[in-house]
Design a protein around this ligand. Structure first.
Ligand code: GLC
Length: 547
């Protein structure tokens, strides 16, 4: 087994994790690398295996680092390469792997390649990006779009560049021009960027929008989406068959994988939002992504039956040798505690940390951080700013607010004098790490107990999974087993009602012992296989064969 299979991955959104003072002793309200170093002991105490840090590279920050101006350096806001090397060494010394965010689909408009590309039509790097003439017709050239493509942030996918009289293509912000992977020099250059970090000792990459890296060579119009709601935004009214999952993408990914395989024990996890069957193709024959992110728990209704069915479907669809993974949230999605409510947030953590496959956790979810309502005037995210009517749906600031460390002014995230780049949650004085450290029944205590159990028990960190029908509406159950050891039964109550579980009936001849409840109440007796279960409770029971 590899580290990325048995260990939990924890995502840090670096702007919001921990601010430390810069060289002049001034904190700026934005988190940084020295801040992360300060919190490594905390991270280690979570029994996680790796941290994934969202982009920390030089960037004008139009998309908060997902617009990279230089792939081989650190943004001064976050620190220096020396700080990074120290972070890497200190993390490794604590048994924590470090995964960086690679953003190969697009650069910032300030990247040297784009500056050259844009400078003239005959610049040697012109075709590193996707440029097109205005469509034929009347009217000013900037209105004659090359095709009907739209951006994820709202608005058309083409920006007109008057000095050279062409449009460049972007599926995100206009400051994020997309690279042209049909140009023979682009991929080799990106592979060198990967080697730069791998040589420094980075353990792997989370690869941003990996399924979008190749576009239709003819730039054909995308067809209408027959399933779109009448009030859907233009982006959702078309099917994205020419901007994502385009034939040829797997060759690119295989070459990226080959670079990782030049080194020992490095991995890549790909950001891919696709239906199950398409998603699975990104494992390749064990020669593409080590893991394509499985985001379904984010989109599915929070329903025991639906999720049970999906676990079976996902497990059944995995290719031979394909290692599963699960995600509850990230910096692009509303917080899990907001989506399912505080009571179910505990059940959700038990689910994530007991499923088969690598869990990826989002910072703050271990203390139940919720979305913070941000008034439009304080929105920073381009997805909010470009869609003012619907910014509460599409805006991503609410899930990116500062980590709540303690009850002091600014929650220990930055100094009391500094202004955090996004507002803190109103409840930070009560919902914070320090408060939960001292509360044996807190979500943080539950998270640690779950993570420790997962680490200690082969059945949980590598064993098989089998979804079991207990015949109770609103209850999801599954068994985790490893050869030659105890097994576990996980039972999750998605509803508020109490239930009596008859475990012998469900399991046949197996003795059971309650190991952990989401309520963290130390002892509950399981007599003759009968156990009472509370509403919104999840339990883990140890299974032993009779005799
Ligand atoms: C990915 C990132 C998101 C970013 C986008 C463009 O989806 O997760 O935050 O805005 O790519 O890079």
């Amino acid at each position: 087994m590899h580290w990325w299979q048995t260990g939990i991955i924890y995502q840090i959104y670096p702007r919001s994790f921990q601010d430390s003072s810069n060289a002049n002793g001034i904190a700026d309200g934005v988190g940084d690398l020295n801040g992360i170093i300060r919190r490594l002991d905390y991270l280690q105490s979570l029994h996680i295996g790796a941290i994934w840090i969202s982009p920390i590279f030089p960037s004008p920050m139009h998309d908060f680092g997902y617009d990279v101006a230089d792939y081989c350096d650190i943004h001064p806001l976050f620190g220096t390469l020396a700080d990074f090397d120290r972070l890497l060494a200190e993390a490794h010394a604590r048994g924590l792997r470090v995964i960086l965010d690679l953003v190969p689909n697009h650069t910032s408009e300030e990247h040297a390649w784009f500056v050259e590309s844009r400078s003239s039509r005959d610049n040697p790097r012109r075709d590193y990006y996707i440029w097109r003439d205005p469509a034929p017709g009347d009217g000013p050239p900037e209105t004659r779009l090359p095709n009907n493509w739209q951006t994820h942030f709202g608005g058309v996918a083409w920006t007109y560049d008057a000095p050279t009289g062409q449009f460049y293509m972007h599926q995100f912000h206009r400051s994020q021009p997309e690279l042209n992977y049909r140009h023979p020099e682009v991929l080799p250059a990106m592979l060198d960027n990967m080697r730069f970090w791998l040589d420094r000792g980075v353990d792997g990459f989370r690869v941003d929008v990996i399924w979008l890296m190749l576009k239709d060579a003819e730039l054909r119009d995308e067809p209408p989406n027959p399933d779109a709601a009448p009030d859907a935004r233009p982006f959702d009214r078309i099917q994205h068959i020419y901007t994502g999952d385009v034939a040829g993408i797997h060759d690119i990914i295989r070459q990226m994988r080959a670079v990782l395989d030049e080194y020992d024990e490095r991995m890549m996890v790909g950001e891919i939002y696709l239906p199950l069957e398409r998603l699975m193709t990104y494992y390749g024959n064990g020669d593409e992504c080590h893991m394509p992110f499985n985001f379904q728990l984010i989109g599915l209704p929070w329903d025991a039956r639906v999720i049970g069915d999906y676990i079976r479907a996902y497990e059944g669809a995995l290719p031979p040798g394909g290692w599963p993974n699960w995600v509850l949230g990230n910096h692009d999605q509303h917080r899990i505690a907001t989506r399912v409510g505080p009571a179910q947030a505990r059940v959700a953590q038990m689910l994530l940390l007991t499923l088969r496959g690598t869990p990826t956790c989002y910072y703050g979810d271990e203390i139940g951080m919720e979305d913070v309502a941000i008034p439009f005037e304080r929105c920073m995210d381009p997805a909010a700013l470009q869609q003012p009517e619907t910014y509460e749906i599409w805006g991503r600031d609410p899930e990116r607010t500062p980590m709540q460390w303690d009850a002091s002014p600014n929650a220990g995230f930055t100094t009391p004098e500094a202004t955090p780049w996004l507002p803190l949650a109103a409840d930070y004085a009560t919902r914070n790490v320090a408060a939960q450290e001292n509360d044996p029944t807190s979500l943080l205590s539950l998270y640690r107990a779950l993570a420790a159990l997962r680490r200690a028990e082969p059945a949980l960190n590598r064993g098989a999974i089998e979804v079991i029908d207990l015949g109770i509406e609103g209850v999801l159950a599954y068994r985790r087993t490893a050869e030659g050891g105890d097994g576990f039964l996980v039972v999750l109550n998605f509803g508020e009602e109490m239930h009596e579980l008859n475990l012998h009936q469900a399991l046949g001849g197996q003795a059971t012992e309650l190991v952990l409840s989401t309520e963290l109440i130390p002892s509950r007796v399981v007599t003759e296989g009968i156990m009472a279960m509370n509403g919104n409770e999840g339990v883990i029971l140890r299974l032993r064969q009779w005799g």
